[in-house]
Design a protein around this ligand. Structure first.
Ligand code: KIV
Ligand code: NA
Length: 268
């Protein structure tokens, strides 16, 4: 296939070209992103964005596979990365491998992403050695919302700073082909992203501009979500566009202006 491969991201980094990424859950939106993104993440944020869940915890492997299949159908060029949802990989390396293999087999995606730092390095290595490219995800990891006590920006204390650098190193050394860094205070995120010890590409979201690439949740940057975090820049206002269109439609149906003659089928 002509798709971007997980290993290609390292070349982007070596060439000093920024890695461009967004999330997508649907065939149509993914098809618009395809030409512009190095990779598209089918994120477990779909639980909150598509389904209105309070967190990503209820998301199932079946939900991830279904949306990944849709995104694959809508694309031909970008690398597709699929999130491993809560409960599908933490119990053991074997559990992680079985479920990650299922994702790749049933969707045709090129890689998976899993949350977690040093504690998951062994799992990352186990998968990579068995043919599954793994993207790491450190810092603010939304699946840990209950143990973090909320969605908290990371790296505010010396202890947290030390742990984040340790997490980045462990996931880097385990062979992850890239690491998402989410919600990390600037000096700490910069120190990780520019560290000689971190050779794998770093992808920022609410982290530093010094990362090798950036990712945002598509619906957040399009202005479709009803609320989004401080780190999101709005590149559109889809919510008001949709509102205006729906209002216009409702008015025209009410007044009888829609459907007009050109929207009806003539006889024979
Ligand atoms: O689920 C998701 O959308 C993510 C990105 C925010 C990195 O994990
Ligand atoms: Na996610």
């Amino acid at each position: 296939s002509r798709r971007v491969k997980a290993v290609d991201l390292a070349r982007r980094k070596a060439e000093g070209r920024k890695i461009i990424a967004l999330t997508a859950y649907h065939a149509h939106t993914a098809s618009i992103l395809d030409a512009h993104c190095d990779f598209i993440l089918v994120g477990d944020s779909l639980g909150m964005v598509m389904h209105g869940m309070e967190s990503t915890l209820p998301v199932t492997l079946e939900m991830m596979i279904l949306q990944a299949q849709a995104v694959i159908r809508g694309t031909s060029r970008a690398l597709i990365v699929v999130d491993m949802p809560f409960g599908s990989y933490e119990a053991s390396r074997e559990q992680a491998f079985m479920n990650a293999a299922r994702v790749l087999k049933e969707t045709g995606a090129g890689a998976i992403k899993m949350e977690g730092g040093a504690r998951f390095a062994e799992t990352v290595e186990f998968l990579v050695q068995r043919g599954i490219p793994v993207m790491g995800h450190i810092g603010l990891t939304p699946q840990s919302v209950n143990t973090m006590g909320g969605f908290r920006v990371q790296g505010r204390t010396a202890e947290s700073e030390r742990r984040l650098m340790e997490d980045a190193r462990a996931i880097n050394d385990a062979g992850a082909f890239a690491i998402v860094m989410e919600g990390i205070v600037e000096p700490v995120a910069k120190a990780i992203a520019t560290s000689e010890a971190i050779t794998t590409p770093t992808i920022g979201i609410g982290a530093t501009a010094h990362c090798d690439g950036q990712i945002l949740v598509l619906e957040d940057m399009l202005g479709l979500s009803d609320r989004s975090p401080k780190f999101v820049k709005s590149y559109g206002s889809l919510r008001s566009h949709i509102e205006e269109a729906v209002q216009a439609y409702a008015e025209e149906v009410r007044s009888g202006r829609f459907p007009a003659e050109e929207h009806t089928y003539p006889p024979a």
